[in-house]
Design a protein. Structure first.
Length: 53
């Protein structure tokens, strides 16, 4: 994966809903990318969380 090759010191996790995010993940997060479009026809992750390893 391109992400792992270029940023090996970071962890990438995906969540299908905001309910799956934990406070610990959010506290450790460097970046959170969230899809707030409301598109439910395409069941892809709705949030990506990038944290230091």
């Amino acid at each position: 994966m391109i992400f792992n090759e270029n940023l090996p010191d970071y962890e990438l996790s995906f969540c299908r809903s905001h309910d799956e995010l934990t406070l610990l993940q959010l506290r450790r997060a460097v970046l959170v990318v969230a899809d707030i479009s409301g598109e439910i026809a395409h069941p892809e992750p709705s949030a990506s969380v990038i944290t230091p390893s």
